[in-house]
Design a protein around this ligand. Structure first.
Ligand code: FBP
Length: 552
């Protein structure tokens, strides 16, 4: 592999570990846990892994001997910067525990476990990937592990390779899978442990014990750099409004963090839209009002941030999408029928005919392109693929037509030039920031202690993240603690509760306190690219979100 000079230098970076993990650890058990909601249902579904205590690792001078262990690792779901460092952390961790330990990587996501596709991850392979972005070391995938047949196929290969523990690196859905798998293997007395690791650029896998998911830090820094560049272009040319859609399937954490870093004119927060029950029309009114005010000040340019998942939070759209999710659930009769139409027009007419009257009205009022995007295949977890819906264009076009009407009525004299962007894939495989490089390595290293201590059904947890890495607190959280029951594929299922943007949180309140000013007075901030070497205040700062959240 040819590598860049930057990558060669970066490979030498030794990620920082919490002091507690630097030598032997003492396992300290905390309180027994309960699931966040639906306790009775979750307890019934997870009799072997429910209610386990929180775990913290403390430093000890007592030398512990652990047997060699073979571990398997899976990268699951969307890429997030730092995945390779989790794997190098696991590798170094299990070798530290016992040099005879081995690490196997299952290829292409959870499917690799079921299909018995794997490689042994040797020191030579690991060294090539230290501190790099991407998931290409073993690849990722979105196969949902939910059938006993899949679990049994997995157990076959795990036994064959004498693998005692499996680490699933994934987001909320993948860690839900990990939890189900842990329970199944425990119930069957297979002796196979399953540990989860909190990954997702979306930032929506977090709670008191998981302060952030890895990848959020780097991805938002990459997007903030790009937004800053676009802002500078806007303020130089003074002729475009840039409508920027930002990844983050459901929650608006990415949009919020990027707004805090770059101070754009408009930041839509899906959770606020849902809370205020705003219609698409009201959102457009809000945007038009700002655009018109800026135009009146002679500023015919601006930047608007739009969260990827917005449409699912607009009540009328949410109802429509939820009806579509049930009607087009994989394998359903209506899905088969819909797929049998070769013409899009006929397909749309069929869908409009089976929707409730209210949803049919919303569906038929949408531009055809957007209506079609709403009926594309769901992901394997039954979610609509919001990254394929061009919300930025939908809003941009609606804003334009309203401004046209206002112009006719003499209420708008400016001009609206539009540029559309979608920043998502650009940030998911970036080389991890120092924060993510350290955090990910620590998560992996910590997971190796959870395994050595015989734990299953836990998520690797590293906390106190705004302090220097040496003071981070390492341990484990029972995954069942994060679960509740939700409607998926038309059925109630146990899933990890998504952490949405809370409207009483410090980061959101900071936005609200400043956004009126940012809307009218151009207050752009240009953060520039991620830096790996240099002053700590430039290189080692975590996100503004976590700094504000933890300043409480
Ligand atoms: P995860 O939840 O698996 O981390 O993935 C999140 C994400 O990056 C979303 O932001 C985005 O909506 C989605 O993946 C895109 O999925 P795909 O990679 O399959 O196009």
């Amino acid at each position: 592999m040819t590598i860049s000079a930057l990558q060669a230098e970066r490979a030498k970076y030794q990620p920082k570990l919490p002091n507690s993990l630097k030598s032997s650890v003492k396992l300290v058990e905390g309180e027994k846990t309960q699931s966040v909601a639906d306790q009775n249902d979750i307890e019934k579904l997870f009799p072997n892994t429910y209610g386990m205590p929180l775990i913290a690792f403390e430093k000890t001078s007592e030398k512990k001997q652990y047997a060699a262990v073979n571990v398997g690792v899976i990268l699951s779901g969307g890429q997030a910067p730092g995945g390779h460092n989790v794997i190098s952390g696991i590798f170094d961790g299990i070798k530290n525990i016992n040099p005879e330990s081995k690490l196997y990587g299952f290829l292409g996501g959870p499917g690799g476990l079921v299909d018995h596709q794997y490689i042994e991850l040797t020191a030579t392979i690991i060294d090539e990937f230290r501190n790099t972005g991407g998931f290409d070391i073993i690849g990722s995938g979105r196969t949902k592990l939910e059938e006993s047949a899949q679990f049994d196929k997995g157990a076959e290969i795990l036994k064959q390779l004498n693998i005692k523990a499996l680490i699933v690196i994934g987001g909320d859905d993948s860690n839900t899978n990990a939890c189900v798998l842990a329970e199944y293997y425990a119930a069957k007395n297979t002796g196979i442990q399953v540990i989860g690791c909190p990954k997702t650029i979306d930032g929506d896998l977090k709670n008191d014990m998981i302060e952030t998911s890895f990848g959020f830090d780097t991805a938002t820094k990459v997007y903030a750099e790009l937004i800053g560049n676009v802002e500078r272009d806007a303020t130089s040319a003074k002729k475009y409004w840039h409508f920027i859609k930002l990844m983050g399937r459901s929650a608006s954490h990415i949009g919020l963090e990027c707004a805090l870093q770059t101070q754009p004119n408009i930041t839509l927060i899906s959770e606020e839209v849902a809370e205020k029950k705003q219609t698409l029309g009201e959102i457009v009114d809000y945007m038009v009002n700002i655009i018109a005010k800026r135009a009146a000040n002679g500023e015919n340019f601006g930047v608007a941030l739009i969260p990827e998942g917005l449409v699912e939070f607009v009540p009328e759209m949410k109802a429509l999408i939820s009806e579509l999710n049930d009607l087009l659930a994989e394998g359903s009769e209506t899905e088969q029928k819909f797929k049998s139409f070769s013409s899009k027009t006929e397909g749309r007419a069929f869908v409009a005919g089976i929707l409730s009257p209210t949803s049919a009205k919303v569906y038929t009022s949408l531009p055809n392109g957007i209506a079609d995007q709403l009926t594309l295949d769901r992901d394997p977890h039954g979610n609509v693929q919001v990254s394929l819906i061009e919300t930025e264009k939908l809003l941009g076009e609606m804003v334009k037509s309203q401004l046209k009407e206002m112009k006719k009525a003499g209420k708008f004299s400016g001009k609206l030039g539009t540029q559309y962007h979608f920043f998502g894939y650009e940030g998911r495989c970036a080389a991890p920031s120092n924060f993510d490089a350290d955090y990910c390595y620590s998560l992996g290293y910590n997971a190796s202690f959870l395994i050595a201590e015989g734990k299953t059904g836990y998520m690797s947890s590293v906390r106190n993240l705004t302090a220097p890495a040496a003071e981070w607190i390492a341990g484990g959280v029972p995954i069942t603690m994060m679960m509740n029951m939700e409607q998926r594929h038309g059925h109630q299922k146990p899933v990890i509760q998504k952490a949405l943007v809370e409207l009483d949180s410090a980061p959101y309140k900071y936005l609200v306190a400043n956004r009126e000013k940012w809307a009218i007075e151009t207050s752009f901030v240009y953060p520039g690219p991620i830096q790996y070497w240099g002053p700590s205040e430039v290189c080692d700062q975590p996100t503004k979100t976590i700094l504000l959240e933890r300043a409480k």
